[in-house]
Design a protein around this ligand. Sequence first.
Ligand code: ATP
Length: 312
Amino acid sequence: MSPSVTVRVPAKVNVQLAVGGVRPDGFHDLANVFLAVGLYDEVTVTPAEELRITCSGPDAGQVPLDASNLAARAALALAARHGRAADVHIHIDKDIPVAGGMAGGSADGAGALLACDALWGTGASREELLDICAELGSDVPFSLVGVAALGRGRGEILTPLAVGGTFHWVFAVADGGLSTPAVYAECDRLREVSGGGSGVADVPEPEPSPALLDALRTGDATALAAAVTNDLQAAAVSLRPSLAATLAAGTGAGALAALVSGSGPTTAFLVRDEAEGEKVADALRSSGTCRSVRVTSGAAPGATVIRAESSP
Ligand code: ATP
């Protein structure tokens, strides 16, 4: 039997996504409060002749299996730094919606990185792994760290946050994805229009909400519901107007808060407890406004090795 390592990595929801103006490098400065939730991809690596990616799960057909896959890029980056070949088969068992604003690709990048490090015995420090994650993408460091964190810069400069209780969530998965860059561009366009053309330069510095950080720390779902915000929501709804009906269906069924998850089109509903979650999930299913519904909770741990088989 070949040696193998399997890593489990969570999805995220942004409980606050404050978006600043466009920077000279094209990115936006953010105050991005990530919460990891219990939907997971599992990334398994085994030695192979050459780098190869396979994927299973309901959305597997939408996942690129070439060198553009974030898991492949992670393996190549680690191998290059340690002067070795990325001779590995990476299998992604995908449960996180693809292009759904839940950092599914980022999760696979962080998962592959941790898995290859363990398989190859690279012994990379946490700092080096976080460094590679930040090179791979803005959301990748959080997938490694998990639980909850404030992301500054373009989201990659992380400060871990304390979470004082379990938050219950329902996610409504939409048909098809939304491109994250397209949603940021639409956000800029809407700001330009509402600023009468004087626009994006006037956007205030994004700052985390003290009330929101406090609600996370104390585990107070009602207070968190009152504080959640997503500056990309108007842009996501502008590009996908049908999301308004999904948000209304969840709110009408008693969700404490309804918001677009990150750049969407997945929508997130904060609920009081698991029973309330099932009620909101039933209402969303019968509303006909989404493709599927998931009930889960957070905070969830970051990328974790869950299986390691060594050769006999
Ligand atoms: P985020 O929330 O970080 O903005 P997302 O969850 O909206 O991201 P992803 O699921 O990461 O979106 O997919 C975005 C695009 O990234 C996909 O359309 C796909 O082409 C590409 N991609 C690269 N690697 C992966 C991967 N391992 N899994 C899914 N998509 C990937």
